[in-house]
Design a protein around this ligand. Structure first.
Ligand code: SAH
Ligand code: SF4
Ligand code: F3S
Length: 439
């Protein structure tokens, strides 16, 4: 029996694509292993959104040199966003001559073919397509994310935020066929998945490239939410410039849609937002938050922030810091700006010193941690939809998570694992939420 091991870096898109890679390898008779020593094929599904990610990946590939020497038959394959960057496949090959197969994001489907070809003649394969030639429908996916089924609704991105490499490595936005998405959702629900999470770099622009005015994100959400079965629907990521009242109302009205919105602001300064090409202002963003809270008062709202974008002054940073106090997010993902070759921002003047970036990101994260703690204290007395993940038999407690992924420990009798319940939070102590069944 031959074994595979996949190392996944980056976002949910990559996590899901690793499930597709796994499906392809399984159809060739490989089974999964978590041990490098036991693996016959190791795949690196890479990310290049920040330099830190790339450096980590280089270190991890390099660490395989010894193993490959001891096991020359081991196949090492590199794919994902990093291989789509100009010159990267050549750099990877010259740093790590023992790598056997390199392919890109647009030809993920071809992986099976590359494995067969490599096994036949053991010749190095490097095949990276500059753009997509088809939508990758109908791949055997081997889902690995517990009770959650990731489902792509679109690929690529048209926004060209000036800091971001994603449009260069993932290509232009392509929406999947509406009926195909619905079919995949139905299959996942029938297979017992409790969460369906729709994936796109900008879910709100779903359908903009399809010539049918009924193909919109709001209609897609509504149609999936009306499917039969006991499940919750989630999605990511929403771009503030395209989030409409329509969509927010569908989320509010449909009981099967989780009340969770990830709405990246990136910066609270209008000057920086403009320079980032985000196409909204701080005021427009805050009005979206008000609109969400008008329809869905207890909506879980999280965000992404970049600090140290070129030209960010103390005042610009203060504007961002103030936004997190004003919105009081449930979750903040803050990153230090990382210069990506080929993007507009990489050529801008006034690049910010790393020490300043570090200080700003730490300040932001400390404040957001404080707010999260306060929000957890405010959760006491509130009711949440939860799913039961496991039972702790020693303490007779159930470990549950809310639709937004927050853990709640529930004291109860005879709950069914992998089922939904309504829970009221009774206590927040030692950084943990406790609750009991009830509305
Ligand atoms: N399409 C999604 C996700 C993009 S990548 C969106 O628009 O939200 C995820 C996050 O990485 C972004 O939201 C941004 O905060 C961060 N990011 C992207 N490029 C970056 C860069 N060059 N430096 C630092 N953070 C970056
Ligand atoms: Fe990158 Fe902006 Fe597209 Fe998100 S919307 S993937 S941040 S270019
Ligand atoms: Fe995701 Fe990283 Fe690619 S964030 S889209 S895996 S560059």
């Amino acid at each position: 029996m031959e074994h595979y091991l996949i190392k996944t870096y980056g976002c949910q898109m990559n996590i899901h694509e690793s499930e597709k890679l796994a499906g392809m390898m399984q159809s060739l008779g490989y089974t999964e292993t978590d041990s490098e020593d036991n693996a016959d094929i190791i795949v690196f599904n890479t990310c290049c959104v920040r330099d830190g990610a790339e450096q980590k990946i280089y270190a991890h590939i390099g660490a395989l040199k010894k193993l490959k020497k001891a096991k020359p038959d081991l196949i090492i394959a590199i794919c994902g966003c990093m291989t789509q960057v100009n010159g990267r496949p050549e750099t990877i090959k010259s740093k790590f001559p023992f790598v056997n197969i390199i392919f890109g994001t647009h030809n993920l489907n071809e992986f099976k073919k590359y494995i067969i070809q490599f096994k036949a003649n053991r010749k190095y394969i490097c095949d990276v397509w500059p753009e997509a030639r088809y939508l990758d429908e109908h791949i055997d996916t081997y889902r690995t994310s517990n009770n959650n089924a990731w489902i792509n609704i679109s690929y690529g991105c048209n926004n060209f935020c000036t800091y971001c490499i994603v449009p260069y490595v993932r290509g232009r936005e392509r929406s999947r066929n509406f009926a195909d998405i619905i079919e995949e959702c139905k299959d996942a629900i029938n297979d017992g998945y409790k969460y369906i999470t729709l994936l796109g770099q900008n879910v709100n622009s779903y359908g903009n490239d399809i010539d049918d005015k009924n193909v919109t994100f709001a209609n897609l959400l509504k149609e999936i939410a009306h499917l039969e079965g006991d499940f919750r629907l989630k999605f990511m990521t929403s771009h503030p410039k395209d989030l409409t009242e329509d969509v927010v109302r569908v989320i509010a009205d449909e009981p099967k849609i989780a009340k969770v919105i990830h709405l990246p602001i990136q910066s609270g300064s209008n000057k920086i937002l403009k320079s980032m090409n985000r196409n909204y202002t701080r005021e427009k963003y805050l009005s979206l938050i008000d609109m969400i809270r008008k329809y869905i008062p207890d909506c879980y709202i999280s965000t992404d922030i970049i600090v140290g974008f070129p030209g960010e002054t103390e005042q610009d940073f203060e504007d961002t810091y103030n936004i997190i106090n004003q919105v009081r997010y449930d979750g903040v993902f803050a990153f230090m700006y990382s210069k990506r070759d080929g993007t507009l921002a990489s050529k801008m003047d006034n690049q910010i010193d790393i020490a300043v970036k570090r200080e700003r990101v730490n300040k932001l994260l400390a404040q957001s941690k404080k707010i999260t703690k306060e929000k957890n204290m405010e959760a006491v007395g509130k009711s949440y939809n939860v799913i039961v993940n496991s039972f702790d038999a020693i303490n007779r407690l159930y470990n549950c998570t809310t639709d937004s992924g927050k853990s709640i420990v529930v004291m109860a009798d005879n709950l069914d694992i992998n089922s939904f319940y309504k829970v009221v939070v009774t206590e927040f102590s030692k950084n943990k939420l406790f609750g009991k069944i009830g509305e």
